[in-house]
Design a protein around this ligand. Structure first.
Ligand code: NAD
Ligand code: SER
Length: 323
């Protein structure tokens, strides 16, 4: 076990898009009883709920969170509980409270109890003034509350690492594509929702323009990157809490065309809504050579592989549901 204070691992936000898959991956890596899935109101996926311990709690409740960490003898926290970009723009104060308050509680407890922490960042740290391919070192002028909490979260992580000696690491995930759990209110959700329409034989109404290009990644790659950075030797990490991480970058209509090549007749209509402005404020791609050089990051899934795997898994799920 790679944990600091206690023996076990805690995943906050374990009912979410990433948390569901990360808990399953951690339970492959460590004894399942050592991986605790923490959730608030959204129920855990059955395979997560049935496969090991869980705890109900709110990350903004410092005392309740500390009780969970103590009761379960936690040594490492993967802190995924957050409010994402689109929901954050509808509820900016809640977004600030959960994303900043929750992270502060995690880091304070990490300082007190010598916990290791994974705290994800996002391409949302960038704003409209970055180059279309965002370098690792760049101005960070996000225009969303979510993006602001991610920039401040990176700074808070750096502060707790440098001033308080906490081992805290993080990645700027691109938009993540996965089949097991629906996405949680982000701007990149269209790149998941489109697959659900395709397997149901329905046309998809896309909430961004056809020419919207964003950095994206398959969940399998994101989970591998998360496990790898937590295992990397600390002395190799030159920007431990804020690595750019890249896999693919494509336009919405390029994704639609790749799906249509496998689902004949699939149609997409483009009706941009308020999420277009968020997408337009993010870079088309990010440059992740520092992650590749520092700890050997390499993605495996390109657009074709993502589309093939998504369609195969969602079609199987749909057949099981209708059987
Ligand atoms: P998600 O919305 O699917 O899951 C987040 C979970 O946190 C939800 O189950 C929600 O119920 C829970 N939660 C919210 N407020 C809480 C609170 N106060 N206490 C406890 N739990 C609470 O999000 P995700 O996509 O799994 O993202 C996880 C992390 O990764 C977030 O920090 C997010 O910003 C980051 N990220 C995600 C993506 C992506 O494309 N999914 C991209 C970049 C960064
Ligand atoms: N996928 C996330 C979102 O759209 C990016 O952090 O909010």
């Amino acid at each position: 076990m790679t944990s600091g204070g206690g023996q076990r691992v805690l995943v906050t936000g374990a009912a979410g898009q990433i948390g569901t898959e990360l808990v399953l991956a951690l339970r492959e890596k460590y004894p399942a009883e050592d991986v605790v899935a923490m959730y608030r109101s959204t129920p855990l996926a059955p395979e997560v709920a049935d496969g090991g311990p869980s705890a109900v709690g709110d990350v903004t409740d410092a005392e309740g969170f500390a009780r969970i960490v103590e009761e379960h003898d936690i040594g490492t926290v993967y802190h995924l509980a957050a409010i994402l970009s689109a929901t954050g723009e509808s509820n900016p104060v809640v977004c600030f409270d959960v994303n900043m308050g929750g992270l502060l509680n995690v880091l304070e407890l990490a300082r007190e109890r010598d916990l290791r922490v994974f705290s994800p960042s996002s391409i949302a740290v960038f704003g409209p003034d970055v180059p279309s391919e965002a370098p690792q070192d760049s101005v960070l002028h996000p225009t969303t509350m979510y993006g602001m909490t991610k920039v401040a979260g990176e700074l808070l992580a750096d502060y707790y690492a440098q001033a308080q000696g906490v081992d805290v690491r993080g990645l700027r995930y691109p938009g993540l594509i996965s089949w097991r759990t629906p996405p949680g209110g982000g701007t990149t959700d269209y790149a998941v929702a489109i697959f659900h329409s395709a397997v149901q034989g329905q046309p998809y109404t896309c909430f961004v323009r056809a020419d919207t290009r964003l950095p994206m990644m398959y969940m399998d790659d994101a989970i591998r990157a998360t496990l790898d950075i937590m295992d990397a030797p600390a002395e190799r990490l030159t920007c431990p809490a804020s690595y750019n991480l890249a896999a693919v970058s494509f336009r919405a209509d390029e994704l639609a065309a790749e799906i249509a090549s496998r689902v004949p007749g699939f149609e997409v209509h483009y009706v941009p809504d308020q999420r277009q402005a968020i997408a337009d404020s993010w870079p088309d791609a990010v440059v992740d050579t520092v992650a590749r050089d520092d700890w050997g990051w390499e993605h495996e899934f390109g657009l074709e592989e993502i589309v093939a795997d998504m369609l195969e898994n969602l079609s199987r799920e749909q057949q099981l549901e209708t059987a």
